[in-house]
Design a protein around this ligand. Structure first.
Ligand SMILES: [Zn+2]
Length: 480
């Protein structure tokens, strides 16, 4: 059955826009067919098992590892493979036999030009010549300083960054390492790379806060020629043209508004463990993340609102977790900085509390929307104010809108702050107006039957209340 799937394909080639006959495929599945990776796995499994079986062979001398550690003789990632072995000739011959067998049965060919033997610097020339003769592969230096392959790049950046004593780590770390690989899917998203020099991996590191772009980017345009974040900078600015070629506009906006532009003279990019406010990896925060996800779902249900751009919901989530780079948050992770806010004519400190609640603009914006909605903002902290919006006792149609109001207000305040900070927005830019527009768009999305939408917030509420009795008004703090 499998054979029929890929044997019965006919292809035609367009030459100058004209079809030029047909020919039949003799190998390979159709482009993009999910069967392809599956078949590849099945074939690769043969190779992996054959290599594992070597450990049971008494003649096989593997790569030196502590006795208690699990026996590893290879690591594989996609079509890339690292084989660990001793330089013992019989063992090498056994490995080569397995590889040849695999080539013959699978039809895949090992690319000898791309294959290399790595040995420690101090290994003598004699041994290395023997290894080269037996394997037919040339010895080279460790690749960490040269042009990276996907695998090497991935591994070095994840686990070996800034480390020069990699060999030592590999030996001692084999147990841990295996675990890390196992936990990778769950944990990787929790590491945020703070851009400094811009050496984070463009596609695979979470340097935007959105997760690895390889997975985030809609449409999955993936350009393997781009390696590091810094390649996207030209003359000290984001190279928007180049970004546009590979990313969606949403993501580019997010990057230009939130990510520091890499500068060559800065230090290496720095990983932060985003589950802990200190930025350091802690077992506790991981435990909390893995085991306490359930109770938090209630809050998150309010955060993710259909019809609202993902970036806005995501931003609220970050605020909730104190994961936005206002000065107070940065100070907690030991940045020694003097703080000045960007939102006021007479600057105060740049804290989350100030920016989103206490500053004049924030106060004015909240009270404009709270007043008409009858939502109390007297003496409340930011989180309480948000919850007040979520839990307001109103009609269902209005509930959907109220749930989104805090995220939209905070998003606009954040955009305004960054706009002023980076010099392309004025201090008197109209936040209330922009919030209202976003709300109107959301209302239209949620209620496609609505023909005309009221321009005023008060009237919009009345319309969504649908003539039902008004909710009792509560005390509202005055704006000043
Ligand atoms: Zn301010």
């Amino acid at each position: 059955m499998v054979y029929r799937i890929f044997s019965n394909n006919w292809y035609s080639i367009l030459v100058n826009g004209q079809q030029q006959g047909f020919f039949q495929s003799s190998r390979g599945v159709k482009q993009g067919d999910p069967l392809s990776p599956t078949l590849f796995r099945i074939a690769a499994e043969v190779l992996i098992r054959s290599l594992n079986v070597l450990h049971q062979n008494i003649q096989f001398k593997g790569f030196g590892m502590p006795n208690w550690s699990p026996k590893i003789n290879h690591l594989a990632y996609a079509d890339d493979m690292i084989i660990f072995t001793s330089a013992d000739v019989v063992s090498l011959q056994k490995i080569m036999r397995i590889l040849r067998n695999y080539e013959q049965t699978s039809g895949q060919k090992i690319n000898m030009d791309k294959s290399v033997v790595y040995m420690h610097k101090k290994v003598s020339g004699d041994i290395s010549i023997t290894v080269e003769i037996v394997t037919g592969v040339k010895r080279k230096d460790f690749p960490f300083m040269t042009k990276p392959t996907l695998w090497i790049e991935y591994m070095t950046s994840k686990y070996c960054r800034k480390e020069n004593t990699i060999l030592v780590q590999w030996k001692q770390g084999s147990q841990t390492w295996k675990r890390m690989l196992e936990a990778r899917d769950l944990i990787e998203y929790q590491i945020w790379w703070q851009v400094r020099k811009g050496d984070s991996l463009f596609w695979f590191d979470n340097w935007t806060g959105l997760g690895a772009l390889y997975y985030v980017n809609p449409g999955n345009t993936y350009d393997a020629r781009i390696h590091n974040v810094k390649e996207m900078v030209v003359q000290g600015r984001w190279n928007k043209k180049k970004l546009m070629e590979v990313l969606s506009k949403d993501i580019i906006d997010h990057i230009t508004q939130n990510v520091t532009i890499p500068k060559e003279e800065r230090d290496l990019d720095r990983p932060w463990w985003i589950l802990d406010t200190s930025g350091e990896f802690t077992i506790k925060s991981t435990w909390d993340f893995v085991w306490l996800r359930e109770p938090q779902l209630d809050i998150y249900r309010f955060m993710w609102i259909k019809g609202l751009p993902f970036k806005i919901s995501f931003f609220l989530w970050r605020c909730w977790k104190c994961k936005i780079p206002t000065d107070d948050v940065l100070k907690k992770i030991n940045f020694n900085l003097r703080s000045k806010c960007w939102c006021c004519i007479n600057p105060s400190e740049d804290t989350m509390h100030h920016l989103f609640l206490a500053s004049n603009t924030a106060k004015r914006t909240w009270s404009f929307f709270c007043k008409a909605a009858g939502i109390s903002m007297e003496g409340v902290q930011l989180q309480q104010l948000i919850v007040n919006w979520w839990k307001a006792p109103v009609t269902n149609r209005l509930k959907q809108v109220y749930a989104a109001v805090p995220s939209i207000i905070m998003w606009e305040l954040w955009k305004r702050r960054n706009g002023i900070k980076h010099g392309y927005r004025k201090i008197n830019s109209p936040v209330i107006y922009l919030v209202l527009i976003s709300i109107q768009i959301l209302v239209l999305y949620k209620n496609p039957s609505i023909k005309t939408i009221p321009a005023k917030w008060k009237n919009l509420i009345q319309m969504l209340e649908g003539g039902k009795a008004r909710v009792k008004k509560r005390n509202i703090a005055s704006p000043q």
